[in-house]
Design a protein around this ligand. Structure first.
Ligand code: CAO
Length: 444
């Protein structure tokens, strides 16, 4: 008989109060008998509940998160004469079936191991994994991936995130072949693992026409900025960063530096604080070799470098570049100062070569000449740490029962927490502060 029919949760064995994890249809959807309507999940299994009729869904009576038991109304469906005459599937067949019976949907392409008969209510005995901790919550109206448990399992095995796959099956359902094509494309594109499961899943940015709100100007990014943006972004999303703050008393260092001004003028070199910091960093790296290192591609080995090439962030009109000063341990302060001036000049004039930009062990980003009290620099991967330096400040420091004026240099050490523990980072900055406070270590 034609008319409206109710679709209720069939006998689902010993399962009671089971959560609806997916609603696969909406009001107005045309469904065929045995098309899946909702997926429910207990701690032992997931099951898709199929429609027992052909027809058009009039109302969906459950939502994701609802808990259901046998007999609960799932949906109302308008059936035609012929459809109503179709034998509804035997609800009792939904009782837990082994995973081997995980049948393909009518729309799936035949799969060697997935059985050949038409779809039945599909059980899967292992609960699906939780979404990755940083996966965004589905936004209202976000596309929900529709796929059978067998396809979901297949996607999970290959690490493919169904949210990013466009289904070619009936009503956009994702079939096995869609997953295969997605993985093939991902591998061809090289960088695509960023879209795979367990990787960071980022919603694409919305396109906004800002001119709707006022006058705008479009300024294309320089190539330097685009290249820097890519590596900064990669470091930001792939390295778990922590920043350790500290300060160094550089009162004596500054007195010494000023005393060398005459010598600097003779040599035509300006001995800046940064030169001393580079030497102090190398001296500290020798004591903490894990900061002078990179993780290999497997992430299982630390490659410790026995050379001391230091990258220095240089602010140029076209954007940030990080040329590398080689063998800092083997160079004197004036030679280093001259080299730093020369390489930063070439950076500003866009004269750096690839060799100038490679081979660094550790980077320093000094904003001291500009201002600020502290910041959180991004590790210059594949290095594992970077030192940020801010503007020194003359402060009253309580020492030996009295306040004394001391020149204090703020240090901000960002590090890769996969490689470096917080305690090691605190020891590193303490040691660095000690070295900076005793200028003899740097001069001798
Ligand atoms: N505190 C106070 N003053 C400082 C200082 C500090 N920590 N560091 C430098 N200065 C002073 C210098 O003494 C100098 O003063 P005088 O002109 O009076 O002598 C002035 O600031 C400018 O120094 P400088 O910038 O010419 O030299 P430098 O060796 O300190 O730095 C360089 C060289 C290339 C690092 C710098 O020019 C630069 O580009 N800094 C920006 C780096 C950057 O953008 N980092 C951010 C990257 S992450 O986004």
């Amino acid at each position: 008989m034609a008319g409206e029919k109710e679709i209720r949760v069939p006998d689902i064995g010993d399962f009671e109060d089971v959560e609806v994890i997916e609603v696969l249809v909406s009001a107005g959807d045309q469904v065929q008998c045995e098309d899946s309507l909702v997926t429910i999940e207990s701690d032992k299994a997931t099951v898709e509940i199929p429609s027992p009729f052909n027809g058009v869904i009039g109302e969906v009576c459950v939502s994701v998160g609802d808990r259901v038991s046998e007999g609960v109304l799932l949906a109302r469906i308008a059936t035609s004469d012929a459809e109503a005459d179709a034998t509804p599937i035997d609800a009792s067949r939904t009782a837990a079936q082994p995973e081997a019976n995980d049948k393909p949907e009518a729309n799936d392409k035949p799969e060697a191991n997935d059985g050949a008969s038409a779809a039945q209510p599909v059980w899967k005995t292992a609960a699906p994994p939780s979404p990755p901790p940083h996966a965004p919550a589905a936004a209202p109206g976000a596309r929900t991936a529709h796929a059978s448990p067998s396809v979901r399992r297949f996607a999970r095995e290959l690490g493919a995130n169904l949210e990013f796959i466009r289904g070619s099956g009936n009503k956009g359902r994702i079939i096995k072949q869609d997953v295969q094509i997605f993985i093939q494309r991902a591998l061809q594109q090289g960088g695509a693992p960023a879209r795979l499961e367990n990787a960071l899943v980022v919603e694409p940015a919305r396109s906004i026409d800002f001119s709707e709100f006022g006058e705008i100007e479009i300024a294309p990014l320089s190539n330097i900025r685009k290249i820097a943006a890519k590596s900064l972004h990669r470091s930001w999303v792939t390295i778990p960063h922590v920043t350790q703050f500290d300060e160094a008393d550089i009162t004596e260092l500054e007195t010494y530096r000023k005393s060398q001004q005459g010598e600097g003028e003779k040599r035509n070199v300006k001995l800046t604080v940064l030169t001393f910091i580079m030497k102090a960093v190398v001296s500290t790296l020798k004591e903490f070799p894990q900061f002078c290192a990179s993780l290999d591609e497997t992430g299982e080995n630390l490659i410790i470098k026995r050379y001391f090439h230091i990258g220095v962030a240089v602010d140029t009109p076209n954007g940030l570049v990080v040329p590398v000063v080689r063998d800092v341990d083997r160079k004197g302060l004036f030679d280093l100062a001259a080299e730093l001036a020369e390489i930063s000049e070439r950076a500003r004039n866009r004269k750096l070569t690839q060799a100038d930009l490679s081979g660094g062990c550790f980077s320093i980003s000094s904003l001291g000449g500009i201002g600020g009290t502290a910041f959180t620099p991004i590790v210059n991967g594949p290095e594992v740490a970077i030192l940020g330096v801010s503007r020194h400040v003359l402060r009253a420091v309580y020492r030996d029962d009295q306040f004394v004026p001391r020149l204090m240099l703020p240090l901000s050490l960002s590090y890769d927490h996969r490689v470096i523990d917080g305690a090691a980072a605190a020891r590193f900055t303490s040691k660095l502060a000690d070295v900076l406070s005793d200028v003899r270590d740097l001069v001798l």
